[in-house]
Design a protein. Structure first.
Length: 336
């Protein structure tokens, strides 16, 4: 299904190219790596529009066959070999991300560890930091924060003196969130401000291709700032940052449906926590529109949570709640 959504002939051309390289033992060049990057971009775009439950087998099959074959080819320069390994690590990262979004957290962690091994073999410290960062966020998301500060610190140490401000902001905000989870609120808020300043400074940075696939650093920093404030039970600031994240992600040519919807649904929860029930319903209505066609465990959990709160709203006489609950139930039936 994922391959069918790719530009016509792209998947077939990549497969033929990889098999020809393996069969002939020919040199792997920059054009071969570019093909893998193009496939990575296409698969990531599909994932962001339609969720981690969509097209997983296509990504994994491409990684196990074509990309694995490519990394076993011959290379005229070690730098090209390193780029091949980094591209393989990025696809392994995506496989882990899809497993996480599908709710298979143990599998996601195994993919992340494989991505870490590949990127270390490639001797790419920035991408290694990127993988450590997602491992830290994963621990926080599944409520196993024991090693998240260590992972966030290790990622930040690798990125220092190597990353441009926009990329560095991603590691600083990861550390902020880990600090909040550890109850170190004042330090967390200071790191949030530092990350926001870095993201603004780096707005026009030329960023690595594996970062640009997931939206802008400013939107990501806003999203994780919101999670940091939510952890600190600062609902007004959490709401503000989720709104900023939603605007940032939705402006990206409509390709980031899932993360836009997740940002809006979380914004609605922060509005509800402050007693703004009608506003929350309006925000959730927008979130459901972005969730349409998204097959994701995270989406299912968000919509289930929304319906749970709407039941309370209906008892309080909130007029918009009943109609919105009907819409949410229809979404659940279509996306279960």
């Amino acid at each position: 299904m994922a391959a069918a959504a790719l530009p016509l002939g792209l998947a077939q051309a990549a497969e033929v190219q990889a098999r020809a390289i393996t069969a002939s033992g020919q040199m792997v060049g920059e054009s071969d790596i570019d093909t893998v990057r193009t496939m990575l971009k296409a698969f990531t775009a599909i994932d962001e529009r339609q969720g981690g439950r969509h097209g997983r087998s296509a990504v994994v099959q491409y990684l196990r066959s074509d990309v694995a074959d490519l990394t076993r080819g011959r290379f005229a320069k070690e730098s090209v070999h390193a780029e091949a390994l980094t591209a393989a690590a990025a696809l392994t990262f995506l496989s882990g991300w899809k497993a996480y979004d599908a709710g298979e957290h143990g599998l996601a962690q195994r993919y992340y560890l494989q991505a870490l091994g590949l990127t270390r073999e490639a001797d790419n410290p920035l991408h290694e930091a990127w993988v450590l960062r997602i491992m830290a966020h994963n621990g926080m998301d599944i409520h196993q924060p024991e090693h998240t500060i260590d992972l966030a610190d290790a990622a930040l140490d690798l990125a220092k003196n190597r990353a441009e401000p926009g990329l560095l902001s991603m590691f600083v905000i990861c550390r902020a969130r880990a600090l909040a989870g550890a109850g170190r609120g004042a330090e967390a808020v200071a790191e949030v401000r530092r990350a926001q300043d870095l993201a603004i400074r780096g707005e026009h940075d030329v960023l690595p291709y594996w970062l640009t696939l997931f939206g802008s650093p400013r939107a990501a920093v806003a999203s994780h700032s919101a999670k940091t404030f939510r952890s600190l039970r600062d609902h007004p600031n959490a709401e503000k940052q989720y709104a900023t994240a939603g605007r940032g992600y939705s402006s990206d040519n409509g390709t980031l449906s899932r993360i836009t919807a997740l940002s809006l649904s979380s914004q609605g929860k922060e509005q509800a926590a402050q007693g703004y029930l009608e506003q929350a319903c309006a925000t959730w209505d927008r979130a459901l529109a972005y969730f349409d066609g998204v097959y994701s465990d995270r989406a299912l959990k968000q919509v289930t949570g929304i319906r749970r709160q709407l039941t309370v709203f209906e008892r309080r006489g909130v007029g918009a709640a009943t109609q919105l609950d009907d819409k949410a139930r229809t979404w659940q039936l279509a996306h279960a």
